[in-house]
Ligand binder design. Structure first.
Ligand code: FAD
Length: 524
């Protein structure tokens, strides 16, 4: 979120001694009262309010009363303590109306207002990253971990680590997401089958709870808070620091895309690859669909092959793209081609539709940035994004493919955006954490990353999402949605299933007044 402090900064405290309450008028009808003694600076100008009211999804618009751009975690703690009626000046200021909601906002890449705080205070976490001392990301002397401000983006963590020849092991596809934002969900991508989601690769967190207490937690120290917060949708506290696991960084990547016209062969090879444990094990695995009723992006393939690939999609209507990467460095350089050769032979595919790029490690991880630039240049980035992400149990993936991919998606006159389709391993997730996944050893990550705009009408895309969910419900396919937004409590209870009692108990422990992340609509 960009803010322009010069526009209108309301400084609530100039004199610590002065205890007179101050009224901040931010919006017609929305007043946030904070006492001067809080010593907090909030932004209420239209630009800051408007920036904090929207997100990447471009579907919701929820104005906060004010935006806090904190310069220290203590400021966030003070704000929450005040909101939770635990601030010592509370009793002296009877006209104050604490109880307003507070939402941390990282990069605001949520889809449906999850980082919003209607009428409350949005905490801009990037401010904390900018003022973090000595830096937003500090790599340990031995290079085994990095302490990152939660408002730092993953690309910053990666850059700081690479300077020391190390790297985090698990990444999202897009790196311009905040550490706190992805840890509040799970943080998934092509490394999950091997290393687990980002929430499985964190050693320790600093968290400000809904009571305004700053608590350090880890699997040994305050584990209830630690596991609750990871995948906890911002419900139990605001993460201010995360200690992220690092490992030796490779320098280059053999990046393969292999095309299949047969769904069973595609999933069989994907599943074989995620179960391998020998030297042929890949470092990254994903998959996506190319459909004749969508935009067939052939830019990955050599120019000379692009027409051939496009015709293949046209002929078959749907082509399954297996995407894998094998990392290497100067030590493994002499054998990498031989390894790739052996690897592809185990898949039993013909090389006719196998394409390899050889790219620097950073460029590989940062690949979605190019897509962003392309979409921005044609005005298709800041459009509504009714994305639907879900995890589908392996045992029902054939039914899902028949009913959803062939039955619904392929029957659309046109599809919009990318469809991700890849399996991952449950044993890389820790069930103590709040994140929810299907109850099977292998499950598929499916993402319908649709954009409205042009010929794609938002309502039509929403309607397709509803039909996909209904199909799964009616066919008894026990999916778990990811990055979901439910508005009915019963849907949240169903989502968390056996974990609901722990989730709500943790809410009572750490945020009893239900102040945090109201945009998730879980306890409102
Ligand atoms: P925000 O939208 O700012 O916040 C998300 C939620 O987390 C809110 O509820 C907010 O209150 C809470 N929150 C934010 N910071 C904190 C904090 N410090 N402490 C506690 N709670 C906090 N996800 C994946 O897993 N894998 C992907 O590959 C992937 N790719 C994406 C690509 C794009 C282009 C986009 C737009 C999103 C993608 N996502 C992906 C989804 C993304 O991980 C989530 O939307 C994530 O929440 C974004 O982080 P953010 O910093 O923008 O969070």
């Amino acid at each position: 979120m960009t803010t322009n402090p010069s526009l209108s900064i309301v400084t609530l405290m100039t004199l610590l001694m002065c205890l007179t309450p101050t009224l901040i008028k931010s919006q017609p009808g929305i007043h946030v009262l904070l006492p001067i003694s809080l010593n907090l600076t909030v932004l209420t100008d239209p630009f800051s309010i408007s920036a904090a009211s929207r997100d990447f999804g471009n579907i919701t618009d929820e104005n906060p009363g004010a935006v806090l751009c904190p310069s220290s975690p203590a400021e966030v703690a003070r704000l929450i303590r005040f909101a939770s009626r635990d601030f010592s000046f509370d009793s002296e200021s009877t006209s104050i109306s604490p109880g307003f909601k507070v939402a941390a906002r990282g990069q605001g890449h949520s889809l449906r207002g999850q980082a919003s705080a209607p009428g409350g205070v949005v905490v801009n976490m990037t401010c904390l990253a900018k003022t973090a001392k000595p830096a937003a990301v500090v790599v340990s002397a031995d290079g085994t971990y990095a302490d990152a401000a939660a408002g730092a983006m993953w690309v910053e963590v990666l850059e700081a680590a690479l300077e020391r020849g190390v790297s985090p092991v698990s990444f999202t596809d897009y790196l311009y997401l905040s550490v706190g934002g992805t840890l509040s969900n799970a943080g998934i991508g092509g490394h999950v089958f091997r290393h687990g989601p980002q929430i499985s690769n964190v050693h320790e967190l600093d968290v400000i709870t809904g009571k305004g207490h700053l608590v350090t937690c880890s699997p040994k120290l305050n584990p209830e808070l630690f596991y609750g917060v990871l995948g906890g949708l911002g419900q139990f506290g605001i993460i201010t620091r995360a200690r992220i696991a690092l490992d030796r960084a490779p320098t280059r990547v053999k990046w393969l895309r292999i095309l299949y016209s047969d769904f069973s062969a595609f999933t069989r090879d994907q599943e074989r690859l995620i179960s391998m444990a020998n030297d042929l094990r890949v470092d990254f695995l994903e998959g996506q669909l190319m459909m004749s009723n969508g935009i067939v992006d052939t830019s990955f393939f050599p120019l000379s092959d692009q027409t051939r690939v496009a015709s293949l999609v046209n002929d078959h209507r749907i082509i399954y793209v297996l995407e894998v990467a094998k990392y290497y460095d100067t030590t493994t350089l002499p054998i990498i081609d031989q390894v790739i050769d052996r690897l592809t032979r185990t898949l039993g595919i013909t090389s006719e539709f196998m394409f390899v790029q050889d790219v620097p490690y950073f460029d590989f991880l940062n690949r979605v940035r190019n897509e962003e630039d392309k979409l921005r240049s044609i005005g298709l980035w800041e459009v509504p994004h009714p994305w639907l992400n879900m995890f589908v149990p392996r045992s029902r993936i054939l039914d899902f493919h028949e009913g959803v991919i062939k039955g619904l998606l392929l029957n659309q006159t046109a599809t919009s955006g990318v469809t991700l389709f890849y399996p991952t391993n449950r044993n890389k997730w820790n069930n103590l954490m709040s994140a929810m996944i299907p109850n099977e050893d292998v499950f598929y990550v499916i993402g319908f990353l649709q954009s409205a705009g042009g010929s794609h009408n938002f309502e039509e895309l929403e309607n397709l999402n509803d039909r996909i969910i209904n199909f799964c419900d009616n066919s008894g396919i026990k999916i778990k949605e990811y990055l979901m937004h439910y508005t009915r409590k019963e849907d949240w209870i169903k989502h968390f299933g056996p974990k609901w009692s722990d989730f709500s108990r943790r809410k009572m422990m750490f945020d009893p007044e239900k102040l945090l992340s109201p945009g998730q609509d879980i306890f409102n």
